[in-house]
Design a protein around this ligand. Structure first.
Ligand code: ATP
Ligand code: MG
Length: 419
């Protein structure tokens, strides 16, 4: 909505959200990006030419109105607009494949099929207005902490962690893949002396998921930090989560209200359990991984954001720093958990060339494929640590969404390649 110099003249452009016809008077609710404004066409105050024109408009058509603001307690924002002019910018066909007024609730699949219409709904649009502000908060946070934003390649020659499912693509005469994580590149950047890097970018996983928390294309917030250990990057992650929650509470109040969320800011420090303590709580054998059931049980016992630390070395990728404790081979690794789902994984990394080589070989991976990575460890690699945090899961848990796909504008899953 644009206020012109003349105090109560306004120009409004948007979609016709609702039409209410009371015989002598017709109300149009016009939906702009952030508002719903009532335009009142009454025979007493509006020319008969406009009255005739407004009758030709279908719901969800795009119009532009210029008019005068007038207070009215009954209107959505406490005011209505009495129009002087009306431009019909685009007529919408009917019937609509999806109702953008929240009066009819459609299944998620139907909504995703018609995502452009689904996102016209104020509640759904608010999710993405908040997602944008979350990304802004993240950049804000890292620039304040002296991090460098980087972009690493998404077309790569090998799997980051070996074995895991990758999407193959054709790259001229070579075999290539979509990257599953920026891990190797952000580590290489430590050897180049960038000290603190972050990247917000896509990661691709080619598994045939059928869960509420997995996407085939996700967005990851990845960091790597030199002269840091696992404790340092755990603290940084805690700080970031709280920074984001505070930022959203302060800057996205109207969107939270539209969704109906009362955002509780987590308290620091987050609880920490060791892997050994965690398997005790859910009755698993040493070496087992937590399934969805166990994650749920841990979440209900602990009840808020928490870390699981010191995982068995063999449960974590080859670049993870080993830790010997009570004659067990553990690692300087951690997962950040929300009671519903894993949000992030991280660790201190191996920075010693010989040890890294040994770990890659021990996992049965072919050293030759890793030479571009290993070279960066030969000529002076500082100690470093980092993590990867899933943006989509962060939004899903913040906004209490049922399914991670609701946190993505155009999700990619097992069956969905369009829109
Ligand atoms: P999970 O065990 O839950 O499948 P992961 O341990 O394979 O996750 P990581 O490789 O540790 O995932 O990636 C770091 C973070 O990126 C995860 O904690 C998660 O938030 C996010 N992430 C990873 N894979 C996906 C995915 N397929 N869909 C959505 N988010 C993902
Ligand atoms: Mg993980």
């Amino acid at each position: 909505m644009m206020n012109s110099k003349n105090t109560d003249m306004v120009e409004i452009a948007g979609w016709v959200h609702e039409i209410r016809d009371l015989g002598g008077i017709r109300f149009l609710l016009v939906r702009t990006r952030d508002d719903i404004v009532q335009i009142t066409f009454s025979k007493r105050k509006v020319s008969s030419e406009l009255i005739d024109k407004v009758k030709t408009i279908s719901r969800e058509s795009v119009i532009r109105v210029k008019g005068i603001i007038s207070k009215d307690e009954r209107a959505p924002n406490g005011f209505e607009v009495i129009p002087n002019s009306l431009d019909i910018l685009a007529i919408a066909k009917s019937p609509l494949p999806l109702d953008p007024t929240d009066k009819v609730v459609a299944e998620l699949e139907t909504r995703l099929d018609q995502r452009f219409l689904d996102m016209r709904r104020p509640k759904i649009k608010s999710i993405f207005m908040i997602r944008s502000l979350v990304v802004r908060a993240i950049r804000d946070f890292f620039y304040k902490k002296d991090f460098v934003e980087v972009n690493t390649p998404k077309i790569v020659s090998i799997a980051t962690e070996g074995g895991a499912a990758l999407f193959p693509i054709s790259y001229f005469d070579k075999e290539a893949f979509l990257n599953q994580s920026p891990q190797l590149y952000k580590q290489i950047l430590m050897s180049s002396g960038f000290e603190r890097v972050f990247e917000i970018g896509p990661i691709f996983r080619a598994e045939e998921y059928s869960t509420r928390k997995h996407l085939n294309e996700a967005t990851s917030i990845d960091i790597e930090m030199s002269y840091a250990d696992d404790n340092d990057v755990i603290r940084l992650l805690e700080e970031l989560i709280i920074y984001i929650y505070r930022y959203i509470n302060t800057n996205a109040d109207r969107y939270l209200k539209t969704i109906g969320i009362d955002l509780k800011i987590p308290t620091r420090p987050f609880k920490q359990v060791s892997y050994d303590e965690a398997i005790e709580i859910v009755n698993l054998e040493w070496g087992d991984d937590f399934g969805s059931l166990e994650e749920k049980k841990l979440g209900s016992v602990i009840g808020e954001h928490y870390f699981i630390r010191e995982w068995p070395l063999k449960s974590k990728p080859y670049y993870t720093m080993p830790l010997e404790k009570d004659r067990k081979i553990l690692s300087k690794s951690f997962d950040l958990m929300h009671p519903r789902v894993e949000l992030a994984s991280g660790s201190q990394r191996i920075n010693d060339y010989e040890l890294l080589k040994k770990q890659i070989e021990m996992r049965g991976l072919n050293l030759d494929n890793f030479s571009f990575y290993l070279d960066a460890f030969k000529y002076g690699m500082p100690p470093h640590a980092g993590w990867g945090l899933g943006l989509d899961r962060l939004i899903m848990t913040m906004l209490d969404l049922d399914n991670v796909r609701e946190a993505v504008m155009f999700p990619r899953d097992r069956r969905r390649l369009v829109p």
